[in-house]
Design a protein around this ligand. Structure first.
Ligand code: ZN
Length: 85
């Protein structure tokens, strides 16, 4: 039987045995890192009142990753990401 896959197949990042993330671009937590972001792609403190998206951004490639499922929900230009200073 032929099945038709949706065009936007879900991609996921990997988590290693130590719980460290491995982005599809090769980024690691001790490389560019991953930071919690809000829906304006701004880094926020991971507190419930500030961080409502449950998304981490890869600061190397701009992929936004759901912290629970590890699914890449979308990708934004890295230049659009704003880090806390
Ligand atoms: Zn990445």
């Amino acid at each position: 039987m032929k099945s038709v896959l949706p065009k936007q197949a879900v991609s996921k990042i990997r988590e290693n045995d130590y719980g460290d993330w491995d982005c599809l671009c090769g980024n690691h937590p001790n490389d560019y890192g991953f930071y919690p972001v809000n829906d304006r792609n701004e880094e926020v403190n991971p507190a419930p009142d500030e961080w409502t998206t449950n998304l981490y951004a890869c600061f190397k490639c701009g992929r936004l990753i759901d912290q629970d499922s590890l699914e890449v929900v979308r990708q934004v230009p890295v230049l659009d990401l704003k880090m806390l200073v």
